[in-house]
Design a protein around this ligand. Structure first.
Ligand code: BYC
Ligand code: FE
Ligand code: FE
Length: 475
């Protein structure tokens, strides 16, 4: 089913002329943004073999074909409603979910939707230069697949803003196209989305760890009492899985290639001299993007988080897996904190105020499972003694109780002087970046060929061969 409407949708847009007009008015501004800030150099002369969401039917929700990027059909799709859905947590637990925004929660909901929406175009902006340095056509296509879907996630949030928030919603929708990642005057809202993603190792670590914050946040929003928010985010999660696949397998394939090169060099050689990426360098990018993404979960103790939960706006990831009353009025959470003199202490805080940390716990577990797969399937399988690891939660934090303090990746405190002297043992240095720029300087655009620093994937896209022409140039 490919609809012929200007904006593909399953929300009966044609039956709501006002909303349709508002979105058709926003659409050209979106396309201007995409041309200015989307993938640079791949707008008009390339056909990309992409998956397009065309319905929410599990059996056939996506359609694969060549499209030019600006002609991608960004659509509005909500997961099917659940019959008699009830609020699953907080002070309104058990009541029917809301189809409209209650006036008293309007500001909080708008804030959540705007923050979520802001990350989506931000990531496209961050990644816009990568096409000129791709390790293969397969990877180039995956980059663009992630980019168009982040664009669709922006559409999803803009649909909610236009539908439920009147004039301020329309203004917020415009502002989402005006802020710019990394811009000092009009930056994106959350820190990690202002960091450059200018190497493919950044891209893979970002899609592994920062898109996974997308997963944890979308899971918690999909619990929302605002049913349209729940249904939009539920459908976004089906696309999110592919983003994390790109990150996890991207790093896997780099590690795989590093193991091969190490073997060829007789284990003693310097992998970088052979044009590969040494395992400790991969670890630095894990350290960087994981710690940035921990920050994205907010402060350990947060009255915002408590209010979102109490009001039923944002739950825990997989709320129904928690074996408690889902109200959490009297529960406590034991937190590792610091007192005023910087000493580590354990402190009990009301559970509702600790929900950012609870979601972070879930997130860390999900990340750890991915790291375990790298260790088992690649490093162990190659007989290496190296292992990848997540750094301590205290490491390199800019938000929360550890912000402004220094710790090594094992959580040992460091003085400012030690941190300044040693931080590039654990985080990418300018030299590391320069090295990665040098090995990705020449892009690989021949079907079936891969840059020397990355192994081919196990299989192609949509059962096609690995040497399929995933991106083709129009003459
Ligand atoms: N950077 O009470 P606190 C994705 C602000 S990723 C800058 O601790 P709260 C994607 C905070 O706004 C998922 N500022 O925080 C991935 C607050 O400001 P106000 C995105 C920050 O509100 C890859 C103040 O500090 N979705 O989809 O409990 C590619 C005190 O904060 C940061 C969401 O985030 C930061 N890191 O939690 C593409 C879901 N952290 O109010 C896409 C919606 C906090 O004092 N957002 N601040 O002015 C939320 O649920 C919450 O806003 C947060 C923050 C979890 C982000
Ligand atoms: Fe997204
Ligand atoms: Fe994503």
């Amino acid at each position: 089913m490919i609809s012929s409407e200007r904006i593909p949708n399953n929300v009966n847009l044609a039956g709501n002329k006002r909303l349709q007009r508002a979105l058709e008015h926003w659409q050209p501004a979106y396309l201007d943004w995409w041309r200015d800030m989307g993938p640079q150099g791949f707008q008009d002369h390339h056909q990309v073999y992409l998956r397009t969401a065309v319905s929410v039917d599990a059996a056939g929700w996506a359609h694969f074909d060549y499209v030019k990027l600006p002609e991608y059909r960004w659509g509005i799709f909500l997961a099917e409603p659940t019959h008699d859905r009830r609020i699953g947590f907080g002070d309104f637990k058990g009541e029917p979910v809301w189809q409209e925004v209650p006036g008293e929660f309007r500001n909080q909901l708008r804030r959540l939707i705007v923050v979520q929406g802001d990350t989506e175009p931000a990531s496209v902006e961050q990644q816009r230069q990568l096409g000129a340095h791709c390790p293969s056509l397969y990877d180039l296509r995956n980059l663009f697949q992630v980019n168009v879907e982040e664009g669709r996630h922006l559409w999803a949030m803009v649909y909610l803003l236009h539908s439920y928030f009147g004039r301020d919603g329309r203004e917020e929708a415009e502002a989402l196209l005006e802020r710019r990642s990394g811009n000092s005057d009009t930056p994106r809202m959350l820190e990690a989305f202002n960091e450059p993603i200018d190497t493919w190792l950044d891209f893979f670590a970002f899609t592994m760890f920062t898109d996974r914050d997308g997963k944890s946040q979308l899971l918690s929003l999909s619990e929302s009492s605002l049913d349209p928010l729940s249904r939009t985010t539920r459908f976004m999660l089906t696309e999110e899985a592919h983003h994390m696949f790109v990150g996890e397998t991207g790093i896997s394939r780099i590690l795989e290639r590093s193991c091969q090169l190490l073997k060829e060099a007789g284990f003693s050689g310097d992998v970088r001299k052979l044009g590969g990426i040494d395992i400790p360098l991969v670890q630095k990018f894990v350290n960087f993007w994981f710690s940035q993404s921990l920050d994205l979960h907010g402060s350990e103790v947060s009255s915002n988080a408590a209010a979102y939960f109490s009001n039923g706006l944002k739950g825990r990831a997989e709320e129904d897996k928690y074996d408690d009353d889902h109200v959490l009025a009297a529960n406590m959470y034991l937190l590792d904190m610091m007192d005023d003199s910087g000493r580590l202490i354990r402190q009990e805080v009301p559970m509702r105020n600790a929900l950012n940390e609870v979601l972070r716990d879930w997130y860390v577990g999900d990340c750890q499972a991915g790291v375990d797969r790298w260790n088992k399937r690649v490093l162990e399988a190659h007989g290496m003694s190296d292992r990848m690891a997540l750094p301590s939660r205290k490491f390199n934090r800019k938000v929360g109780v550890y912000a402004g303090k220094h710790f090594d990746p094992w959580g040992h405190p460091l003085t400012q002087e030690e941190w300044d002297r040693r931080k590039h043992e654990w985080l990418p240095s300018p030299e590391d970046k320069a090295f990665l720029h040098s090995i990705q300087a020449a892009p690989v655009y021949k079907p079936g060929q891969f840059a020397n620093y990355i192994a081919p994937p196990a299989r192609g896209i949509n059962r096609l061969p690995i040497d399929f022409e995933y991106v083709r140039t129009e003459l």
